[in-house]
Design a protein around this ligand. Structure first.
Ligand code: TRP
Length: 452
């Protein structure tokens, strides 16, 4: 294998930086916006249990696999496959990842833009004095407006581009190291507040008590899609980040810590939201508007609500930003390494192209809402295609690549740092990536899509 002279590629400067950046990618709207509403739509506790099973048995191993591929190859998501498997079609996995990055960022930046609008509203006290019906109406009219949501989406893409533009160490690592501790602090404060609301018990029961009558194959697929989406796996984000991780980093430990932080924050988001949902008699299956309709309503009615509203939407914006950065980095690393653009040019071209695609996702809540295919809007399709189709497919091929093509010797060499670390779980790990994960994901996929 060709070795790259040290210092040629940008990289993360410290272990804390790696964790902050990777956890920053994983912890996002997926945890705080998507997880609670998908759990709410899928009946609560039983969904949580299946979700946790997927995180442990599939999510964590796939994350470790992505880090391994990226660090081995020292390349972007597509270049990694080209380098490790020259002349073979494996690079198509990377290509699928780049497409997924476009789709994800296009719809993700829609919601990220909403968080800025809501942060603005909470600072200017815009929820004050509104009834729950009025709050719902103002959310819906904001969503459906032709200009405002696109404006915020662009602002958000600009912020994302700005961080990526500044580089891996001086941009991504620098900002995530500051933002992630703030995020953690805020979510803990709000969860404590939510737990002390009268009537919060019912919300905790909904979140933690499994009711297996709610389970169907489509619920299982949603749990898998959510686990993949939340951990940022299946798309090459973590291959790209892996390629910036130092050769002496303990990859299994890093992957475990990142998976644990992500799961912890998703559960905290549930603890933050469901007690409040039940305390104020709101339907947990409210859907994608859950945090935007339910929470302002609650903040409005509770003591200290003005302050908690600002905290919450700051939290949401930070969570989104450290994730959008990681998705854009996939595209930028690809453009700059494979198409020989400078990082700065690659960032500008990537952000602008994605923003343009993103307009369609954003407007599909308003002017384009009537364009539906099989009852899903453009936004709905971007979300469904990326989370429930491209990510699981990407995850299958990524583990197959590492398990069967790279093989045990290479994989062990990389995750043990050339034999320096004792990897006791290697046999279990190889079994998971060669057999368990691909078979399980395929099965969930086939049943979940209703193909059987
Ligand atoms: N994991 C992020 C979240 O939960 C979103 C995200 C970032 C992502 N990078 C990704 C999802 C790569 C899938 C693939 O919000």
């Amino acid at each position: 294998m060709v070795t790259i002279p040290a210092g040629e590629r940008d990289s993360f400067g410290s272990t804390i930086g790696v964790i902050a950046a990777a956890a920053g990618s994983a912890v996002g709207l997926g945890n705080i916006w998507r997880f609670p509403y998908v759990l709410g739509e899928n009946g609560g506790g039983a969904f949580l249990l299946i979700y946790l099973g997927f995180i442990l048995a599939i999510g964590f191993p796939v994350m470790l696999t992505e880090f391994t591929i990226g660090r081995r190859a020292q390349r972007n998501a597509l270049g990694s496959f080209k380098k490790l498997a020259p002349g073979k079609p494996w690079y198509l996995i990377g290509l699928m990842g780049i497409v997924a990055a476009f789709l994800i960022l296009a719809f993700y930046s829609t919601i990220a833009g909403w968080t800025l609008e809501y942060l603005y509203e909470s600072i200017t006290n815009g929820f004050s004095g509104k009834s729950s019906v009025e709050l719902k109406n103002s959310f819906e009219s904001f969503q459906a407006a032709p200009f405002r949501p696109v404006f915020w989406q662009f602002i958000f893409m600009f912020l994302t581009g700005y961080i990526v533009f500044s580089g891996v160490k001086n941009g991504i690592e620098k900002y995530t190291k500051v933002l992630m501790p703030i995020l953690l602090l805020i979510i803990i404060i709000i969860s404590v507040r939510s737990l002390t609301l009268e009537g919060s018990r019912e919300g905790l029961i909904f979140l933690f008590k499994p009711d297996f009558s709610k389970i169907s194959w489509s619920v299982v697929l949603d749990a898998l899609g959510q686990a993949a989406f939340s951990l940022s796996i299946g798309m090459g984000t973590l291959i790209t980040y892996g390629s910036y991780i130092n050769k002496s980093n303990n990859l299994p430990r890093t992957a475990f810590q990142v998976s644990a932080i992500d799961t912890f924050i998703a559960i905290l988001a549930g603890i933050m939201i469901f007690p409040a949902v039940f305390a104020f008699n709101i339907d947990p299956a409210e859907g994608s508007g859950l945090v935007f309709i339910v929470l302002p309503n609650i903040f409005q009615q509770m003591p200290g609500g003005y302050f908690f509203a600002i905290l919450f939407f700051t939290l949401l914006a930070i969570a989104a930003l450290t994730s959008t950065v990681s998705v854009l980095e996939v595209v930028v690393a690809y453009f700059s390494e494979e198409l020989n653009l400078s990082r700065k040019k690659a960032t500008i071209i990537g952000s602008v192209a994605i923003s343009v695609v993103g307009i369609f996702a954003t407007l599909s809540f308003g002017p384009l809402a009537k364009y539906k295919l099989l009852d899903k809007t453009i936004f709905g399709w971007f979300d469904y295609l990326s989370a429930n189709i491209l990510l699981p497919l990407g995850a299958i091929f990524i583990v197959l690549f590492a398990g069967w093509y790279l093989g045990r010797k290479n994989v062990l060499d990389e995750i043990s740092n050339g034999g320096l670390l004792k990897i006791r779980i290697i046999s279990v790990f190889m079994f998971i990536i060669k057999f368990l994960a691909p078979i399980a994901i395929t099965a969930v996929f086939i049943y979940g899509l209703g193909l059987m």
